[in-house]
Design a protein around this ligand. Structure first.
Ligand code: BG6
Length: 480
């Protein structure tokens, strides 16, 4: 008998996103998505957003790790690790190549049928993100992405197609990946498909907060409509939201820092969560909108739709925490979606993301205390350089240390009384980095032979963390 604090039916697994690992960007009728227009970059060289596909430019999503043709091999490896669940997203442009077709592309639908059937073979429960950092580029060209209200209807046709087709194959759904990325300028193109005149690179987009929050409003309406429709199509569906949890600590006990951190937690994290879970715009948004000159065009019925389409569970990504300070002279560091002030008590990854396992316990309690609905950590992990030894082994002890300490803190949160359904570490197989487009920022338990320039055999190799995670799952989180 196991004494594990992790429940027996805990969903251990891993997470991916279509545009970062499928490849086959123009195969079997697939259209170009926003992510297909992003060139490769590095930690120091920003990715470019090209308006057409340019000759001689490396676009990492085009081949990625070619899961499209290797899904059987990859799923077999996930099964070998003992995965109970696998988080993947559907590439909207495989189903509706420009987003505006009335009829779906059968070849695209068939591909996901095959993937779900393969997962079923190993009793792996799919956890499906409907939109993960890509949308048809056609919708960006036609409507400037989610800035156009028309996109709600196009999205609903897409969501309905998925819910109907996979109603007996998928139970766990997420509407938008890291929807709160749209609260910061970086999310303009990444999360909302907005491409303003003059924007050339990914890190320095021409930002229009009015447009960005209007686009987010359209996503809230679309998400809520999808939740309601999904429940109609199959009442057993569990449909959740996904938030990039950007944990912010006040740098000091100076009340200015405390207020700033509270403000940050509200507008960066709670704002989207409150709308998804409580079904209404939170009180503090009014002042933010007024001070930032944002006037939302909310149509009749929108607020009722949002009220009726609240989510069944809350999922989030957690990589790190940051500090917030009213003192502008302090040193900053980078991070997932948003950076912040360096925390002197924490170490950081090679990309400057601060490693804070206890921050995960803190965040789980913050979120659960606020909403009291089931949670899942659907992204977490360490982006690092890996070295293949002469004997072919990859000894990623740093990754094991990172994941181990975060799993321990999830255990503490479970003891605190948090209802936690599952854990899917990010990039369980090496894939393309969303922020930099690199391959060599690796998160996986499975190594993929490919470098930043796109060279490599694409062969898969088990890392030391593969065997470690296998034991973790087997022992229900007892053997770390
Ligand atoms: C999250 C995204 O922000 O972080 C993923 O949902 C992304 O798509 C992950 O890949 C890690 O970030 P990065 O930039 O290291 O790939």
């Amino acid at each position: 008998m196991s004494n594990s604090v992790f429940p027996k039916n805990f969903l251990w697994g891993g997470a991916t996103a279509a545009n970062q690992f499928e490849g086959a960007w123009n195969v079997d009728g697939k259209g170009p998505s926003t992510s297909d227009m992003l060139s490769g970059g590095t930690h120091t060289v920003p990715r470019r957003i090209t308006r057409t596909i340019e000759d001689g430019v490396h676009y990492p999503s085009h081949e990625a790790i070619d899961f499209y043709h290797r899904y059987k091999e990859d799923i077999k490896l996930f099964a070998e690790m003992g995965f109970k669940t696998f988080r993947l997203s559907i590439n909207w442009t495989r189903i509706f190549p420009t987003g505006m077709e009335q009829e779906p592309n059968e070849a695209g639908l068939k591909f996901y049928d095959d993937v779900f059937d393969e997962l079923k073979k190993y009793n792996i429960e799919p956890l499906v993100t409907i939109s993960h950092y890509e949308m048809p580029f056609g919708l960006t060209q036609e409507y400037n992405g989610w800035a156009g209200r028309e996109v709600i209807e196009h999205f609903m046709r897409y969501a309905e197609t998925l819910f109907t087709r996979y109603k007996d194959k998928v139970k766990y759904w997420l509407t938008f990946n890291e929807i709160n990325c749209g609260t910061v300028p970086f999310g303009g193109y990444l999360a909302l498909g907005i491409l303003n005149e003059g924007t050339q690179d990914f890190l320095h987009q021409v930002d229009d907060p009015q447009l960005r929050f209007q686009a987010l409003h359209h996503q809230f309406v679309a998400s809520a409509k999808a939740v309601a429709l999904g429940h109609e199509i199959n009442p057993d569906f569990k449909i959740g939201c996904m938030i990039a949890y950007m944990t912010a600590y006040p740098y000091t006990c100076n009340p200015d820092d405390i207020l700033l951190a509270q403000d940050h937690m509200n507008m960066r994290n709670n704002f989207c969560g409150d709308i998804h879970v409580r079904g209404e715009y939170p009180y503090y948004a009014k002042r933010y909108f007024a001070e930032n000159n944002i006037k939302l065009d909310i149509k009749e019925g929108d607020l009722e739709v949002i009220k009726q389409g609240t989510v069944d569970y809350y999922t989030f990504s957690y990589y790190m925490s940051n500090c917030v300070s009213a003192d502008p002279t302090l040193d900053n560091t980078s991070g997932n979606i948003n950076g912040g002030v360096k925390n002197p008590y924490l170490e950081a990854s090679d990309w400057g993301w601060q490693i804070d396992p206890k921050g995960l316990r803190y965040s789980l309690n913050e979120i659960y205390g606020r909403y009291q609905i089931p949670l899942m950590v659907v992204e977490n992990g360490l982006g690092a350089f890996d070295k293949v030894e002469d004997d072919g082994s990859i000894n990623d002890s740093y990754r094991i240390d990172y994941l181990k300490s975060h799993i321990e803190q999830m255990g503490e949160a479970l003891k605190d009384g948090v209802e936690l359904w599952g854990y899917t570490p990010w990039g369980c197989i090496d894939l393309v980095s969303a922020s930099t487009g690199e391959m060599e920022k690796r998160y996986g338990f499975i190594y993929v032979d490919k470098d930043n320039k796109g060279q490599g055999t694409l062969d898969r190799k088990r890392k030391a963390s593969f065997f470690w995670y296998q034991k973790v799952i087997e022992s229900q989180g007892e053997q770390l």
